[in-house]
Design a protein around this ligand. Structure first.
Ligand code: HEM
Length: 189
């Protein structure tokens, strides 16, 4: 995202919700995830890489979406998020698209550029998925069942942050992305 008003408001929303003080809220959830990781290791040590991946995604999702930890639907969501991480990593790999080397290709009409159509399709698909994740938090918040998390806070203060549902959905998804692949890689070292 280029620097600008939207960039600044998203950064502010992120910093307000993931600073050192707010991070204390997520400690119990992180400790629980760490215990769960150890139990997975004992049960199925060979699949350790997968356990790290799941733990990283699940912890990030706890902070961002306030997912309950023991919940089979969480695993489906983790699988979804991991799919997003995979798609984004593949798309952003240097050299994946010639347009990075020849920026003038941006002016090629969509009907001649499959990569543009693919990008649009992916954006539409992920907008729907991320919107659904966000709406789930909203429904839980309305029935008083949401756990403290970044999305609940942004929805509650959307006026203060001047953010649309679409922006909240994408910020949340990108934060899970930022916090999943990085942590998985780090744990794998
Ligand atoms: C071991 C784990 C992690 C590593 C190695 C890592 C690495 C980095 C690096 C190198 C940057 C600076 C990028 C730049 O400005 O060029 C960054 C920024 C950022 N990371 Fe991480 N990160 C990790 C975990 C996380 C987690 C768990 C989250 C949130 C859930 C997160 C959210 C962010 C955000 C929001 C920024 C932008 C900060 C700003 O510009 O104000 N990261 N990270």
């Amino acid at each position: 995202m280029p620097y600008g008003d939207r960039w600044r408001k998203m950064r502010r929303a992120t910093h307000d919700n993931l600073n050192i003080r707010e991070a204390q809220i997520y400690k119990p959830m992180q400790e629980e995830e760490a215990s769960r990781l150890l139990s997975y290791f004992l049960r199925d040590p060979d699949d350790w890489e997968q356990h790290f991946r799941r733990t990283a995604a699940s912890t990030a999702m706890g902070a961002i979406y306030g997912r309950p930890l023991v919940d089979s639907s969480t695993d489906a969501m983790v699988a979804h998020i991991n799919e997003l991480v995979h798609t984004l990593t593949r798309s952003a790999t240097p050299g994946a698209h010639l347009v990075e080397v020849f920026p003038s290709m941006l002016y090629i009409p969509e009907c001649f550029a499959k990569w543009k159509r693919d990008g649009k399709k992916l954006h539409k698909y992920w907008s729907t998925v991320l919107h659904d994740f966000t709406m789930e938090v909203q429904h839980k918040a309305q029935s008083g069942k949401s756990l403290p998390c970044l999305v609940a806070n942004l929805l509650e203060n959307s006026d203060k942050y001047d953010m649309s549902r679409h922006e909240i959905a994408w910020l949340a998804g990108m934060l899970v992305f930022a916090g999943s692949e990085t942590v998985t890689t780090f744990l794998n070292f």
